[in-house]
Design a binder for this molecule. Structure first.
Ligand SMILES: [Fe+2]
Length: 389
């Protein structure tokens, strides 16, 4: 369903063309397409709690994470726990492992009873976990997915307040500028990460994985992307949020994309404002880290973003000013393309899309041979076209 794309400005007889007319998130589902939510989910999780990784060299990992803006919550010879500044559990759990890899996500249950419901529904068991309880399941992509409840939160840490901006109509309505006789000097230092925002995963079993997260964890879709010219196949990417009813939730807590290889794509961490994103990016550049893409503003989620790769090439995003949706927003539908991921900013790089990674070709050949997944020649052609357009 196409919505009205003309805006009427009060007192102006001429309608003003909506600058987002060409931004396809304005488009809704066609009859019969995926509704983006389950009719009867097992539970509705309250949020993303943390992400689990393995790294062979925890010292090197700690250096990058500290430079990226995390605070160390705990460190043992085998485990590194990292946190943001808002009151929460640790948001990254890094264990020593033989090779660098993403293990899986942990979600926060809304109630203790929900763990029992999940355990019954997945033939799993509720066990004690870090001072609370958890249940471990496996999604159709093969990721271990933990849902936890009652794990104690770490107290909030001090952080820089958002900068006062002489922006908008200051001085026009008698209010005056918000900043007088004072300068702006955001520090060029590691970011102060506030919290974990979202994780983005690639999967060769997109449809099955999508339905599992909606049916099992009660997540709902904010935006679908489809392969251009292949909309009849259904979506190939989904931006998925928590259903908190009337309470606004991040536009996406989880995003998943059909890919020739199942794997972690990136995770994103909220900063207080655009100066924090830009100035901490300068710091990372000075330390010699590999920049992947940014600054820019996304379309799906509207975040101002900046992407970096850690020394093992895993991608991490700083963002600020993301959309918050309550449960009333229906999913948007749009064609998938690299250029369609941002409203403004530099062109998406091959470092970001992974198009320059020779392992993608090997993965594609393997995925084509595996009849148990959703990768066929049409899908592959559509994905290659999307990355280059
Ligand atoms: Fe992101």
């Amino acid at each position: 369903m196409e919505q009205d794309t003309q805006l009427q400005v009060q007192g102006d007889p001429e309608p003003v063309r909506d600058p987002h007319r060409s931004l396809h998130s304005e488009m809704g589902a066609r009859p019969g397409e995926h509704s983006g939510r389950s009719g009867n989910p097992l539970v509705k999780v309250a949020g993303l709690a943390w992400l689990e990784f393995e790294k062979p060299d925890l010292d090197r990992a700690e250096r990058f994470y500290a430079d990226f803006g995390f605070t160390v919550a705990d460190r043992t010879p085998e485990t590194l726990l990292l946190r943001g500044r808002w009151a929460s559990t640790a948001c990254l759990v890094v264990r020593r492992g033989p090779r660098p890899r993403f293990v899986g996500p942990a979600f926060q249950a809304a109630a203790r009873d929900d763990l029992d419901r999940l355990a019954r529904g997945s033939a799993g068991t509720v066990t004690a976990h870090w001072g609370g309880h958890g249940v471990l399941m496996r999604d159709p992509s093969g990721y271990p997915v933990r849902v936890i409840h009652g794990v104690p939160e770490l107290a909030a840490l001090p952080e820089r307040a958002a900068l006062p901006m002489n922006a908008g109509d200051f001085g026009q309505l008698g209010s005056g500028p918000v900043r007088v006789n004072a300068t702006q000097r955001p520090a060029r230092r590691p970011a102060q990460i506030q919290r974990l925002g979202h994780v983005v995963l690639g999967t060769t079993r997109f449809g099955a994985a999508l339905d599992w997260y909606l049916d099992t964890l009660g997540l709902i879709v904010s935006d679908f992307l489809y392969l251009d010219g292949q909309r009849d196949r259904g979506p190939a990417m989904a931006f998925i949020r928590c259903d908190l009813g009337s309470v606004p939730s991040d536009h996406h807590t989880l995003a998943m994309a059909l890919m020739p290889q199942t794997g972690y794509l990136h995770s994103a961490y909220q900063l207080t404002d655009i100066d924090e994103v830009a100035a901490s990016g300068e710091y990372l550049r000075e330390q010699g880290y590999r920049h992947a893409w940014g600054l820019g503003r996304h379309i799906q989620g509207s975040q101002i973003f900046d992407y970096w790769r850690d020394p093992d090439k895993a991608m991490f995003e700083h963002y600020t000013d993301g959309d918050m949706f309550d449960c009333t927003m229906a999913p948007g539908w749009a064609p998938l393309s690299a250029s369609g991921l941002a409203q403004w900013g530099p062109k998406a790089t091959a470092v970001f899309t992974g198009a320059n990674d020779p392992r993608v070709v090997v993965a594609a050949i393997k995925a084509l041979a595996d009849k148990g997944n959703e990768i066929d020649r049409h899908a592959l052609r559509g994905l290659i076209k999307a990355m280059g357009s």
